[in-house]
Design a protein around this ligand. Sequence first.
Ligand code: SF4
Length: 400
Amino acid sequence: MAAAFRSIGIEATVTPDSTDETLSLGGQYSSGEECLPLKITLGDFLRICHRPDFDPRRTAFFMPSASGPCRFGQYAEALKQVLRELGHADVPVFSPSSADGYEGIGEMASQVMRLGWMGIVLGDLAVRFVLKTRPYERTAGDSDEVYAEAIEDFQQILERQGVAPHDTRGVLVNAVTRMRNRFRGIPARYTKDRLFVGVVGEIFCRQNVFSNDDLIRRLEQKGGECWLSDIAEWVWYTNWRQERDIVRQEGTFNLSRLKHRIKTHVQHRDEQILLSPVVDDLRGYEEPENVLEVLDAAEPYLPPTGALGEMVLSIGKAVYLYGKGVDGVVDVSPFTCMNGVVCEAVYPAVSSDCDNLPIRSCYFDGVDTHLDRDQEIFLDLARAYRSRKRPRRVYPDYFE
Ligand code: SF4
């Protein structure tokens, strides 16, 4: 997203990796009852305000929003309030919302959103590659190095100014091929003895390694290979919801729906073209072709027309991953996260319908957890499940 903003001349940058100072500053300006992602994002923004070179006249913070049954919609408001308290009321907080598919970005919205979308697809792709390679690499660090190179490569292409998104896409396809070849070249031994673990849950906490205590790397060190839910599924989900809202408010045939359909079509096409060089490499790691597969899988437990937000995606994805032959599912959520709490209540029914697939909810609140002990227990259950599971995992050809 930062590179997409740079492509229209905005000097955007990602907040630096979180540190203990993040938690300390976030903690000073929150009551302790908010969700962990608020504390982390607030702390990271405040670290910028504390820099000696901080210039409020040249700074704006980007904090998207969402409607729905959770506290995310309040994050931007909370940030504005703290900035006011600190005397920085004039620092804008830029906050497009999921309610309109984040179109509130402004007149350059279509270019930023299209390039941002390509960035999301490529970021997800790089994560998929690192997760499927790192557990098997012969030299520790090889996969992380290639991952970092790929992200840098993608950014440099996305941020170029004055290039039509269509042309950028063509150059990105070459970058995907470069990334694929670098990952293929990593010396590795692909054996079938690792436990295959699906990771779902609250989008920020599951992606942000600082928030989840590097849960995935720890699982890998204990003999696991992880499949992390991608960020793109949230975009497909908000698209689905937006179209549903349009139909409810304006009827079946109208211009808004037509525009929405065209946008979704372009996104599908971009994704398809960007992923074209890696189809063979992702055999056995296919994401659902349509978000409706996930929503339909969630339907018996949480009807998506009634229950809104990530809880539906987490439940549906857990069922989907069961079908892909995972040996267990971990749900990553911030402590007191409403989505996580609802999911935890529903998982026993999901597990029972999926041959008692082990599903473990892990909560994080920024303090030390018993993660290693909990993971050992979970992996024991996953090992037992693996010996009797019915859906078989499809392995790519390069596995021994
Ligand atoms: S999904 Fe959970 S953690 Fe994220 S904002 Fe909503 S309640 Fe908070």
